[in-house]
Design a protein around this ligand. Structure first.
Ligand code: FEO
Length: 397
């Protein structure tokens, strides 16, 4: 059996992308990304999702390698974001009799994106599609994971879930396809980063999807990005569960920006004192240089966030404001929050960081630290106090 035949009659026909530098034109891809598509072969054949259109010819070659000149009867569209749907038009040219299977929202989007209105089959929650040879697909809606039309496809006979973006991760597939064929540990941080950047706003819908998935005796999860999960399903579910509950694990992110290094010294001092107090892990990011997706990943991962920045034009320094915008957009309901800032002649950053914490209803760990002009022994002492209070709070929990 070819390595691409994950289970008898279920073929991986996806592709790796190691050239795109920004996913959604936003998020870095240091180890690439895969766009996964799958063939389910019974007496009839269904393709589940497609790939980004620049890789359409590879999808076609992979399909031919798996099924030769046989025709595809159905294209099941679990998710319409163009990284999975933009090969639909080309695929339809190749297989003109193909019927497109999707829910009402999907079919509206197919018309809207690609002008395709006919040759479709509308499905609702729990509907089934019998391909013959014991390959029966059923469809289950998981709206907002990650768009409103998203659904999963369940193949009960193989205990296999085609999960769309759910349980996906950044990271191309290095040779293998299933989690026992690749180095699974390479993907955990990429999964958190993917979750934080792409799905992070939708914790509630992810929880609902998890509840639905838990009712199924799943043995194989085929997501649209990253490895096929078999051995590591409990760990994958646990990561998605924790992230979608916004439950940070113990740890501190110190995220700061600094124009001339004075605020940076505050950040360094806070981090050093936290380490000296035995609080950890501590991860420090200079927001003017750090990859925003990595900062977001760690804010999702850890329970404590300390933000610092100078006052700039009577406002927050832009890299700090950008972080706060990203956090607010993801509606993170709780984080233990500390903050510090600086100014030259009229302070604003500390006040504005405090207002942000109030808006987010985040728990302040202690009073903030505000520094006027250069980093001094007084400022150093205040930072030490801030770190000490955070450490006390951590010890008392
Ligand atoms: Fe991978 Fe929401 O698309």
């Amino acid at each position: 059996m070819a390595i691409t035949e994950i289970l008898p009659g279920i073929h991986y026909v996806g592709v790796n992308d190691r050239t795109t530098t920004r996913f959604e034109a936003l998020w870095s891809l240091p180890i690439g990304v895969s766009y996964n598509a799958y063939l389910v072969v019974g007496e009839k054949i269904a393709l589940i999702d497609t790939v980004e259109e620049a890789f359409g010819s590879r999808l076609e070659a992979n399909i031919r390698e798996a099924i030769g000149e046989r025709k595809i009867d159905y294209l099941v569209v679990n998710h319409m974001e163009p990284d999975h749907s933009s090969s639909i038009t080309a695929l339809r040219r190749l297989y003109p009799d193909l019927e497109i299977v999707g829910n009402a929202k999907t079919l509206q989007m197919i018309d809207g994106f690609y002008g395709i209105a006919g040759g479709t089959v509308e499905v609702k929650e729990g509907d089934t599609l019998d391909l013959g040879s014991r390959k029966v697909l059923s469809f289950h809606m998981i709206p907002m994971v990650h768009w409103p039309e998203t659904m999963v496809t369940w193949c009960a006979g193989d205990k296999t879930l085609f999960s769309g973006d759910a349980f996906g991760t950044f990271g191309a597939l290095d040779g293998g396809i299933t989690d026992s064929q690749v180095e699974a540990d390479r993907y955990w941080d990429e999964m958190r980063r993917y979750y934080a950047c792409i799905v992070g706003k939708y914790g509630g819908p992810v929880q609902k999807a998890l509840q639905k998935v838990r009712t199924l005796p799943v043995e194989t999860i085929c997501p649209t990005h990253g490895p096929v999960w078999q051995r590591e399903i409990p760990r994958v579910m646990d990561i998605y569960d924790k992230l979608s509950r916004y439950e940070g694990e113990p740890g501190v992110v110190v995220a700061y920006a600094s124009m001339y290094g004075n605020t940076e010294q505050m950040a360094e001092r806070v981090a050093r004192e936290l380490a000296a107090e035995g609080v950890g892990p501590v991860r420090v990011y200079n927001l003017s240089y750090a990859d925003p997706s990595v900062v977001l990943r760690d804010v999702f991962r850890f329970d404590t966030l300390i933000v610092g920045g100078p006052t700039y034009n009577g406002n927050l320094f832009p890299p700090v404001a950008e972080l706060l915008d990203r956090l607010a957009a993801r509606c993170i309901p709780q984080r233990k929050f500390g903050w510090f800032g600086s100014f030259c002649w009229a302070g604003a950053s500390v006040r504005l960081l405090g207002e942000f914490a109030q808006k987010m209803k985040w728990e302040p760990l202690c009073d903030p630290v505000e520094m006027k002009q250069g980093f001094s022994s007084d400022a150093c002492g205040l930072c030490r106090t801030l770190a000490g209070r955070i450490a006390e709070r951590r010890r008392s929990e």
